[in-house]
Ligand binder design. Sequence first.
Ligand code: AP5
Ligand code: MG
Length: 213
Amino acid sequence: MNLIFLGAPGAGKGTQAEIVCEKLGIPAISTGNMLREAVKLGTPAGLAAKEYMDRGDLVPDEAVIGILKERIAQDDAKNGFILDGFPRTVAQAEALEELGVNIDRVIEIHVPDEKITARMSGRRVCGGCGSSYHIEYNPPAEEGKCDKCGGELVQRIDDKPETVLSRLETYHEKTAPLKDYYLKKKKLVTVEGQEEVKDTAALTLAAVTAETI
Ligand code: AP5
Ligand code: MG
C-alpha cells in the first residue's frame, strides 16, 4: 500500500506515520527527516537545503524529488510506504506519477493553525532517529531520551514561532492545493487531528484500512 500523509506543519504527520507504519509493516519516509540528516552530515544536498529550511521555505522541487526517488527504490519500500511530507507541491505530485508510483490513499490530518503554534513550542525530536515527541501531549518514558533508540531529544531550529508562521504560510500557498488535486482523483480522506495522539491514530488507521473512501 502506498500512502501519503498530508497536513500543515505540526499536524501530526510524523507521529501518525510512526504508528501506522508499524501496524502495516511498511516504512515511513519523511523527506523532512532525510533533509535534516543531510544537513547534519554536511552533504552538498544538505548544505543547499539548509537555508530554505531555516527560513520555513520549501526546498526546490528537483532536489527533493531526487532524494525521494532514491529512497523509494530501496528494498524495504517494495511492498509499500507512507510518504510523510511529500509531495508538497503539485509539481512533486506529478513527478510521482511520472515515476509510475500508484498512490492508494492520501490521508489529510487536519488541525487548525491556532492549535499548531502550541504544539510546536513543546515538540522535541530525536537527534538520532528523528522520532517526534511533545513534552506535554506525547512525552518520552524518560525525559530527554528517545524511547526508540535512546538518542538525545532536541528542539528543531525551524520550530521558532516566527519560522512556524512562515511554514504555515508556505503550506497554505503551495501544499494545500494538493487537497483538491487528490480529491479530484478520489484519493483524499480527511482525518481530524485535534484528538489525542491515540484517538487520531485510531481515526487514521480506520481511514487507511476502510474498504472504500
Ligand atoms: P518537515 O520535517 O516535513 O516539517 P513539516 O511538514 O513542517 O511538519 P512537521 O514535521 O513540523 O510536523 P508533523 O506534521 O510531522 O507533526 P509531528 O508529528 O512532529 O519539513 C521540514 C522542512 O523540510 C520544510 O519546511 C521544508 O523546508 C523541507 N521539506 C521537507 N519536505 C519537503 C518537500 N517535499 N519539498 C520541499 N521541501 C521539503 O507533531 C508535531 C508536535 O505535535 C509534536 O510535538 C507531537 O508530539 C505533537 N502532536 C502530534 N499529534 C498530536 C495530537 N494528536 N495531539 C497533541 N499533540 C500532538
Ligand atoms: Mg514531521
